[in-house]
Design a protein around this ligand. Structure first.
Ligand SMILES: [Zn+2]
Length: 577
């Protein structure tokens, strides 16, 4: 009974909020109704516009004034908004979507990847070595050359780079190149010297210093626990380098068409860096930021409360990020039953329930959103239990924000019995389509066919009426919106293949995929009243694409490029013609 009572209250509050938000939008409508008197700053015409607004799903043109949308409709309708000072952009049929939003991103990590040599997409050892050599040529003598993203399984032939290969191209700079999965690093002799590693160094716990089985000589490959021997000697970033990494991460994100990223975890130190970069006008991307918890940063957020969006509503801080378990690949995801391919383990928790309980209650009272990383079915069940306990313990009248909109990040392997609980508890699943197409190569081994029924179950959540907030978890994945969109609608790998147990019925329609990357992440950030769809009164966040991703063949989605990114009516990225 208690539960029903609370749910009834939450529903009423939801309605009241929706009406309030609707009024907020409506208040801006007279502007558009008396359109003759409004002269737009910026007009987009001749577009193929998908609005993500169910009442008016398609349009040709958009008029923008003072950062907000004042008109959405036909080319003809744009005329009355055009004045002498209006800038008009002819889209020549290009596709316009509401500004894309990634609900789960690690901006600092993406920036870090940009700071170092990005070796993604190398096709052969020769290609790999050429890229490293080019970077060494621009590095000062003796300074570190750090790279990441290579993976030899895509090379022909498949072979690790050798110590001799790297010494030949980098005799005077230490070189440290991490394999895409983070489980191996290729290094040269200069790096090994700094790391104090020679042929006699014993293997550290959980790692291997790779040696030639015949000669006993070092090969230049460090595996898992041995990577730290060298990584620990690379000087940490200076504050200026950290700032540069953020700027580069933002530039990459805008260039791919993201208008907002929801940054899954961090500290106040990072918040201060973001604020400085906004103040200096160096970053334009919207960032919805979470603080790691439990811990001092989460405590401070609860104490100070959520901030109103800052810097023209570009920066919001109102969320705590909890990490409850590990990942599936390394068998850290907490499962209800042992791993199918390792019966001695069922994964582990990375946070203590006893610490989470009081934090959750305080967060709920203070109006702070909580988002929790939960991959395994045990982690998902436990966090739902903990959320439910908190919802019962803190009455709606004792909450600063009536509708908590708490989230589960990944919600990757969920026992089918727990899926409806997301709906009854109003918990938002925040899911990354690209994880499915990578993981489904090893998930059947880890989990067995039966447990895959509740794995990456996007459509099962959607059928319950839940919004699924889509994201990429970059830099764990590439962080490209077109890969996420493609993965969501196909549930196939990047070559168009799928396998047994991939559950094609869980893929989504293109209209759903569009909302997964626009309206639903906006909802998951309390922003659907002001962004997430192309509607009069909303912020003018737009992503312009080279092809109509709502109709083109599946594989062509991956060839689609971002032509233009608009944040708050400002063109923040434009592709070279
Ligand atoms: Zn993450």
């Amino acid at each position: 009974m208690q539960k029903r009572h609370i749910l009834a209250r939450v529903t009423v509050v939801t309605l009241v909020r929706s009406v309030t938000q609707l009024c907020g939008v409506l208040a801006l409508w007279p502007l558009a109704i008396q359109g003759q008197t409004v002269t737009a700053d910026l007009i987009f015409r001749n577009g193929t516009v998908y609005t993500a607004d169910d009442n008016h799903p398609r349009a040709q043109g958009i008029a923008v004034k003072a950062g907000r949308i004042v008109y959405v409709g036909s080319n003809d309708g744009l005329k009355s908004y055009t004045g002498a000072a209006t800038r008009t952009i002819d889209l020549k049929g290009a596709t316009v979507l509401p500004g894309l939003t990634d609900a789960h991103y690690h901006l600092a990590g993406v920036g870090e990847r940009e700071m170092t040599l990005n070796l993604e997409g190398t096709t052969s050892l020769a290609d790999f070595l050429a890229k490293v050599k080019a970077r060494v040529a621009t590095a000062e003598r003796g300074t570190w050359v750090v790279g990441t993203g290579w993976i030899e399984t895509f090379w022909k032939p498949q072979a690790f780079p050798t110590l001799g290969d790297l010494d030949a191209i980098a005799p005077s700079n230490p070189v440290f190149l991490v394999r895409a999965d983070g489980h191996a690093a290729a290094v040269n002799s200069a790096a090994l010297r700094i790391g104090g590693v020679d042929a006699k160094t014993p293997n550290p716990f959980g790692g291997e210093i790779s040696k030639d089985p015949k000669t006993g000589q070092l090969t230049g490959m460090l595996l898992d626990g041995a990577i730290g021997l060298v990584a620990g000697k690379i000087p940490p970033r200076t504050p200026e380098q950290a700032a540069q990494a953020v700027v580069l991460g933002v530039q990459r994100s805008l260039g791919l068409g993201w208008t907002e990223i929801q940054d899954a975890g961090g500290s106040y130190q990072e918040v201060e860096l973001f604020r400085r970069l906004y103040r200096e006008g160096k970053i334009k991307l919207r960032i919805y930021k979470a603080m790691h918890g439990p811990g001092p940063d989460a405590d401070r957020l609860i104490r100070e409360g959520a901030h109103a969006p800052e810097f023209d509503e570009r920066f919001t801080l109102r969320t705590i990020k909890v990490v409850l378990d590990g990942a599936l690949g390394s068998r850290g995801a907490a499962l209800l039953a042992p791993y199918s391919d390792a019966p001695n383990t069922s994964g582990f928790f990375t946070a203590k329930e006893a610490e989470l309980r009081p934090m959750l209650q305080r967060a709920l009272g203070a109006g702070i959103q909580v988002e929790t990383h939960a991959i395994g079915d045990r982690a998902n069940r436990t966090i739902l239990d903990l959320y439910e306990e908190a919802f019962k313990a803190v009455a709606a009248s004792e909450r600063k924000v009536a509708e908590p909109r708490w989230r589960v990040e990944h919600a990757q392997i969920v026992n089918p019995a727990d899926i409806p609980r997301f709906a009854s508890l109003h918990v938002i699943p925040s899911m990354q389509a690209s994880h499915a197409i990578g993981d489904l190569y090893f998930a059947p081994k880890r989990l067995g066919q039966e447990r895959l029924k509740g794995a990456y179950a996007w459509q099962s959540f959607l059928k319950l009426g839940l919004p699924v907030a889509g994201g990429s978890d970059a830099p764990v994945e590439r962080g490209e919106p077109m890969i996420e969109f493609y993965a969501a609608v196909t549930r196939k790998d990047l070559k168009g293949n799928s396998g047994e147990g991939w559950h094609p019925e869980e893929r989504v329609t293109r209209a759903q995929a569009l909302k997964m990357l626009t309206l639903w992440p906006a909802y998951a950030a309390f922003e659907e009243g002001r962004r997430g769809s192309i509607q009069t009164g909303k912020l003018a966040d737009l992503t312009v694409l080279s092809a109509d991703v709502m109709v083109i063949p599946d594989l062509d989605i991956l060839k689609t490029r971002c032509l233009m990114t608009v944040v708050g009516g400002e063109i923040v990225y434009q592709a070279a013609p």
